[in-house]
Design a binder for this molecule. Structure first.
Ligand SMILES: [Zn+2]
Length: 54
């Protein structure tokens, strides 16, 4: 998908537009780039735990 789901910082409404259709507030992506970085470390941690148990 080229478009991403965004969420209004004011009312929490999900939208695909640049502004909230309900209140016209600012929208941001629910998952910022920083989150994927942390998720990457979490992936390695989980894999390490699984290998230690095998
Ligand atoms: Zn809103």
């Amino acid at each position: 998908m080229r478009w991403k789901l965004r969420r209004c910082v004011e009312c929490g409404e999900y939208t695909l537009r640049d502004k909230c259709p309900l209140c016209g507030g600012e929208v941001r992506a629910p998952h910022p780039a920083k989150f994927s970085l942390d998720d990457k470390y979490l992936f390695y941690r989980v894999r390490a735990i699984r290998q230690s148990r095998h």
